[in-house]
Design a protein around this ligand. Sequence first.
Ligand SMILES: Nc1ncnc2c1ncn2[C@@H]1O[C@H](COP(=O)(O)OP(=O)(O)OP(=O)(O)O)[C@@H](O)[C@H]1O
Ligand SMILES: [Mg+2]
Length: 398
Amino acid sequence: MNIMRPGTRIDKLVGGHAAALSERLQTHREQLFPPDAKRELRKFTSGEVADLLGVKDAYLRKLDLDGKGPSPETRAGGRRYYSPADILALREMLEKGAKTPGTYLPGRRPGDHLQVITVINFKGGSGKTTTAAHLAQKLALDGYRVLGIDLDPQASFSALHGVQPEFDLPDGGTIYDTIRYDDPLPLRDVIQKTYFTNLDLIPGNLDLMEFEHATPMALRERQGSFFFTRIGDALAEVEDDYDIVVIDCPPQLGFLTMSALSAATAILVTVHPQMLDVMSMCQFLLMTSNLLGVVAEAGGSMDYDWMRYVITRYEPGDGPQNQMVSFMRSMFGEHVLNHPVLKSTAISDAGITKQTLYEVERTQFTRATYERAMESLNAVNGEIEGLIQAAWGRGKGM
Ligand SMILES: Nc1ncnc2c1ncn2[C@@H]1O[C@H](COP(=O)(O)OP(=O)(O)OP(=O)(O)O)[C@@H](O)[C@H]1O
Ligand SMILES: [Mg+2]
């Protein structure tokens, strides 16, 4: 049955909707972030910086009084604020005098491999992008050199970092440009700096879909047999520039995701602890296992440092959710991270303005709401940092 008016061309109709929506979104963005005001990361209070560095606030004050390191901006009430660049400068200064190497700059040392963490699950809305963005940003704040890659044509990870593909990437600029089968570009050409010190980005847009279309053709013409090595091969070019790469995958198990899985040294599967989500994950795991088996047979690398499930949008008071979490823990044991990401309005509200919890000011929320969410994110990210350090053969700060 045709529920549209006779003669309505669906392509024209949908195209019209897209144009109207795009215009509105642009206006909305200009209201949030005026084009002449370059998006900048806020400054951090000396208390926050002390927590990040693992020192006392009084020590930072002393450094400042002694004229050592960057001097903070003092605002009303005597509060001291440091920019992200100041935090990095403090790390570099303190690392020079540290008894244990890696205390303030915990990244790679000679011989350590680049770590590539791929965040996946084909269930839409399982918290992949939220997890990937908060992880990438926290690692950058912790002094690691991080590259975030948006593999999702929906480009939510890019939007969280101030890049809106329909306006900012009219002529390409995604990783597709570097993994395409004809005339691939060098990876450096598509890497952008973000307003986070230590965090670079390869944004996503609809071009990424091309890889799903081009790969079957390339396979037929026998140039695509190693499609799964393409992301890893491209990353090899910038291997020395970063400590960690975080890849946000689309909610599907296509060639892009397969290639990201092959490039990965670690895998993070996000799971919302509800029956339907866990059932869907079962299908996802089966398919992944089958597909990776095929890739392994074709010579793809299947060596991983670690693989973990992270529970997302967790509500501790919800009985069925708790049952699901216990069930997963009993099945998968240590493969489930100990800390879940709590469901929090602070995280979803920050998302509405295309920000993470690390970007927004605490004063926008009630203190308890903000702190609970922050504590849970830091606990999850801290566990992951422990796995990263362990993969380099050390406990943090060893
Ligand atoms: N811990 C949380 N608390 C509250 N809201 C959250 C939390 N995590 C994610 N959300 C919200 O849930 C929605 C889906 O999250 P997200 O975009 O991270 O999922 P996704 O798996 O990347 O989705 P997709 O499969 O579409 O890529 C978003 O609106 C996000 O703001
Ligand atoms: Mg996403």
